[in-house]
Design a protein around this ligand. Structure first.
Ligand SMILES: [Zn+2]
Length: 464
């Protein structure tokens, strides 16, 4: 630790000849597994997120932001490369980012930013390419043999992560800086500290096994072809635990930002809060769900952008936007030209009230367990699925089509009907899939035996 702090002190006080104090500071927060519709500022009925709601009131809320994938690694890689998953290629746990694909952090670094990253799960490890461009990249992740989701006690909680971030940043950092923080708490296991357990379920017992992966396993689809349906009373209690995790995370974010404010780190600072994917709480007959479905409860994520001086405060944008748009937005705000390798576009144009409304469209995919691709417009959604893992007992429908105006829960598959929009979305999806770049040469990850065994147990082959 001493050594780490010593190195940190060197560049906090040392020379960085190309530093540009004229550029804004940037804070990017990713709260893992955070459904947009479970936050107050997205009209949730429970008061889960007073701090994020206040940030949203001072900033811009993108009401229809969608993640590019349904799981941590692929989605975060899209965030950092501004590329769709098939264009960054890190679509399975055994692939890492090609050295040819620039990351947001690397670009900021070359423009004089001091860069700090703090992450709390293995799929954000530096070895995947996430650490590139960071002056300090601290990984609070469980050891390889302790990464099963039921090992809640090995995961770094938000309070511990915030302590570590504040310690890592020291008394303050030089501008301009880029701070990325990833918090894991709303992810399974749902086991928040006691006061947050009871916040939404006053009758909750101290026994936290209810929200554990091991307890919920019978209700998780890919593990069982026909999972048991979670009893309604149990779902209610488990949802209260998930919401308790969100509330706990929110209180810790409030603590983090108050400490940053005292260190003058919120002056001239752009703040972006988002998530890598949501969570299924029996919406489609299963718990968890992220990793293998592409329904809205998994892809619809919060996106809150607070500008310095609270400009545009209270603005709510309806247009569909994507996770890959975040990096270009940050770069444009920082006055840095985005590279041609980006698939995403800057969202700043949406803040011009005279701008013509544009038709939004979002594409997502997952190569975990199943191959899945989706396209969503404001009103319609098409999902294509293909079985990938022979061991997986679940056979998905090859196509699903939903009219979200009458079926926002995506329960009535209209594929095969005469709705003319099916062909339209099919054409969008086919064209998008065919845009796969030719320069995606991912690296094979060096995995140890424990990691390989775990992936095999999940149904991956060594070549995935
Ligand atoms: Zn995740």
């Amino acid at each position: 630790m001493k050594c780490r702090l010593g190195i940190l002190a060197l560049f906090l006080c040392g020379c960085s000849g190309d530093a540009n104090p004229g550029r804004p500071n940037i804070i990017l927060i990713s709260v893992d597994t955070l459904r947009a519709d479970h936050l107050g500022c997205y009209d949730y009925g429970r008061d889960t997120s007073p701090f994020l709601d206040s940030l949203a009131a001072d900033g811009v809320v993108f009401e229809n932001a969608f993640a590019q994938s349904s799981w941590t690694l692929a989605s975060h890689m899209s965030l950092f490369t501004a590329r769709y998953p098939h264009n960054h290629g890190v679509e399975t746990p055994s692939r890492s980012l090609s050295a040819n694909v620039p990351t947001l952090t690397e670009i900021l670094k070359t423009h004089g930013y001091h860069t700090f990253g703090f992450v709390t799960w293995a799929f954000l490890e530096s070895a995947y390419g996430f650490g590139r461009g960071f002056d300090l990249y601290r990984q609070f992740v469980p050891a390889p043999d302790k990464r099963d989701v039921e090992h809640a006690e090995h995961v770094t909680r938000a309070d511990q992560a915030v302590d570590a971030i504040l310690e890592g940043l020291g008394d303050g950092v030089r501008s301009p800086f880029f701070l990325f923080a990833h918090l894991f708490d709303p992810h399974l296991d749902y086991a928040p500290p006691a006061e947050h357990v009871r916040r939404f379920d006053p009758q909750a017992s101290e026994d936290l096994t209810l929200g554990m992966h091991t307890t919920l396993q019978p209700y998780i689809l890919p593990i069982h072809e026909e999972p048991e349906r979670i009893p309604p009373a149990m779902l209610q209690r488990v949802t209260a635990l998930y919401d308790g995790e969100i509330h706990f995370t929110d209180t810790q974010l409030a603590r983090l930002f108050e400490a940053l404010r005292k260190r003058d780190m919120l002056e001239d600072t752009l703040i972006v809060v988002t998530s890598d994917h949501g969570e299924e709480l029996d919406d489609h007959g299963s718990m968890e769900g992220h990793g293998w479905t592409l329904y809205d409860e998994i892809l619809h994520v919060p996106l809150i952008v607070k500008f310095p001086d609270n400009s545009h405060a209270g603005t709510r944008i309806q247009t569909i936007v994507e996770g890959i748009d975040i990096a270009p937005t940050i770069l444009e705000f920082a006055g840095i030209e985005a590279p041609g390798s980006f698939d995403g576009k800057s969202l700043l144009a949406f803040l011009d009230p005279t701008a013509a409304p544009s038709e939004g469209r979002t594409f997502s995919s997952s190569e975990r367990f199943l191959s899945r691709w989706s396209v969503r417009t404001e009103r319609y959604k098409l999902i294509r699925s293909q079985r990938k893992t022979p061991r997986l007992p679940y056979e998905p429908p090859p196509f699903e089509f939903f009219d979200l105006a009458v079926d926002p829960g995506e329960n009535l598959n209209l594929y095969g009907t005469r709705n003319p929009q099916i062909r339209v979305l099919q054409a969008y999806l086919d064209a998008w899939i065919s845009t796969r770049r030719q320069d995606v040469a991912t690296e094979k990850m060096e995995l140890d035996e424990a990691q390989r065994n775990r992936l095999r147990a999940l149904g991956y082959s060594d070549e995935d």
